[in-house]
Design a protein around this ligand. Structure first.
Ligand SMILES: Cc1cc2nc3c(=O)[nH]c(=O)nc-3n(C[C@H](O)[C@H](O)[C@H](O)COP(=O)(O)OP(=O)(O)OC[C@H]3O[C@@H](n4cnc5c(N)ncnc54)[C@H](O)[C@@H]3O)c2cc1C
Length: 506
């Protein structure tokens, strides 16, 4: 293999494969403990599962039915930890569960909610209560009562990007659009073979972390030529986005006749996001797409609950992802554990370790990263202690609330609309000032591509957030893609094609 300008003689402590939430979470935690970290992602950050989630930081009420108490306790407590770390991209949300007595009796739900209120530490989030629906309810007249409880909503792909930024700010080298082709142990090191558009190159590391998500087992078998300690089940989940089904900022958790649950979640002011499904998936994880059957299923569940009846013609957009779940040999895809398993392998004491991540949730990524560090501690005894519980993610520093920040933005950029200021505040938090600088009007932010996207924001994204294509901006750094016209995308593409590379070093 040739050496390229990207190769260097540095021996990293950790090489992390995969720029989804688990890879970047581990990279950030390890860098903050003083380890030298390299992370590669074959596509854009959060291109796969980590941008296709239901976008909830939640305990997972339904996991209580599967007796996943450890997971639920950890996830419940993480809600407030993450809310404090990233108040710009995470917000509390109330969930309404309409009561359908033939599916689950009220006493069972009340017991579940009692555990939900008390299993994990809760200071800011409100507890649960009963609700009664009147004629003005968006629900069908037959649904007269239900329950309400708290969880949080998150911008999933930005959670990934902010963790990658955090890792870089602590010294990590993060490279995107760079695939790990293979890796082999050479004595106490891993030699990692990589490829990107500039060519092939190698790096060395004392430990290898396999956070390849849906590719975790394939990576072990094909790229490392080793035996995977666990099987992986790929379970597809899909969502539809429709015009706002109802007013207000609460989500609904709908129980279906098959005992599964489906969420209807307010999305980007104008829309409702409905999902998810659970179906076994056999194909290439990169090619997953919603099926007709899933669309029909989601519409049916929604129509069984809401007065506002949907047809396929109402669908504005869809997305699908595959959960990389650790195979516990469960027959029912909904019942497979959502908990994570970390597998450390090392055939002899002087061999470089491999740590593979199976399963997990966005919600528990930080705890997963702490467990990963715990497992690697024996190899890096000088490593510092845990730190991520209290340090804000980039943009979450010195922030009271997204609403207050939006007001401060409008006080400076006087012609910014309320919705634009709100979008900026909830995407960038206090880092928005790095984009706006001294500007006092939107005109001073350079070329306007449409939908409130100006050149200054694009420049910032290219420099600090690993953006190289319009798709990165429109679907992962933002969701502006939902409203961008083809001509607007074209002008953004032209701008990006002519822009010199300004990315900050790794
Ligand atoms: C439909 C659905 C809904 C969900 N909803 C929620 C929710 O509301 N809340 C929640 O907490 N969790 C939710 N989850 C779970 C959560 O999204 C996943 O657990 C999490 O995103 C998995 O992250 P990951 O980093 O393991 O995988 P990924 O995000 O898939 O990242 C793995 C990365 O590794 C890269 N990679 C693979 N092989 C290589 C290689 N050889 N070289 C370089 N890079 C490589 C891939 O390109 C990929 O980007 C949901 C999941 C799904 C599918």
């Amino acid at each position: 293999m040739q050496t390229s300008p990207q190769s260097n003689d540095k021996i990293y402590d950790l090489a992390v494969i995969g720029g989804g939430i688990n890879g970047v979470g581990i990279a950030a935690d390890a860098s903050g403990r003083g380890l030298s970290v390299f992370l590669c992602e074959k596509d854009d950050l959060a291109s796969h599962t980590s941008s296709a989630s239901s976008k909830l930081i939640h305990g997972g009420l339904r996991y209580l039915e599967h007796k996943e108490f450890r997971l639920v306790r950890e996830a419940l407590a993480e809600r407030e930890v993450l809310l404090a770390k990233a108040p710009h991209i995470i917000r509390p949300m109330r969930f309404i569960m309409p009561h359908r007595p033939h599916l689950r009796p009220a006493w069972l739900i009340r017991t579940g909610l009692f555990f939900y209120d008390h299993l994990g530490k809760r200071e800011k989030l409100l507890g649960s209560n009963n609700v009664y629906f009147k004629e003005d309810s968006p629900l069908n007249a037959a649904i007269t009562r239900g329950f309400e409880y708290s969880d949080c909503a998150v911008d999933d792909s930005r959670l990934v990007v902010l963790n990658a930024m955090h890792a870089r700010e602590k010294g990590a080298d993060i490279v995107t659009r760079t695939r790990c082709l293979s890796a082999q142990r050479e004595g106490q090191y891993w030699v990692v073979d990589l490829e990107n558009e500039k060519g092939q190159f190698q790096i060395k590391a004392k430990a290898l972390v396999n956070a390849a998500g849906p590719w975790v087992a394939q990576f072990i078998k094909q790229d490392l030529q080793l035996k995977s300690p666990y099987g992986i089940r790929l379970i597809q989940g899909s969502h539809i986005i429709v015009p706002k089904l109802y007013e207000g900022d609460k989500a609904f958790i709908m129980q279906n006749d098959d005992r599964r649950i489906v969420f209807a979640i307010p999305y980007l002011d104008q829309y409702t996001m409905i999902g998810t499904t659970d179906r076994e998936y056999q194909g290439d994880p990169a090619q997953v797409k919603i099926t007709q059957e899933e669309i029909a299923y989601l519409i049916e569940v929604s129509n069984a609950h809401f007065k506002n009846q949907l047809t396929q013609a109402d669908i504005i957009s869809t997305f699908a992802g595959v959960r990389p779940l650790c195979d516990d040999e469960s027959d029912n895809p909904s019942a497979i554990t959502r908990d994570y398993t970390l597998a450390l392998s090392q055939e002899s004491e002087d061999q470089a370790p491999l740590l593979s991540v199976f399963g997990g949730k966005l919600t528990t990524y930080r705890k997963l990263a702490e467990s990963a560090m715990q497992q690697l501690k024996a190899f890096f005894p000088e490593m510092k202690g845990s730190w991520t519980a209290t340090e804000a993610l980039p943009g979450g520093e010195n922030m009271a609330s997204a609403e207050q920040l939006a007001n401060e933005i409008r006080a400076q950029i006087t012609d910014a609309s309320e919705s634009l200021a709100k979008r900026w505040a909830s995407a960038y938090g206090s880092r928005i000032w790095n984009i706006l600088g001294e500007a006092t009007s939107v005109e001073q932010l350079g070329q306007h591509f449409g939908q409130g996207l100006y050149a200054k924001e694009v420049d910032y994204l290219c420099r600090f957030e690993w953006v190289t294509t319009s798709q990165d901006i429109l679907w992962r750094r933002s969701k502006l893609g939902l409203n961008f016209a083809p001509s607007e995308i074209e002008s953004l593409d032209v701008y990006l094609a002519n822009k010199p590379n300004t990315t900050v070093a790794a």
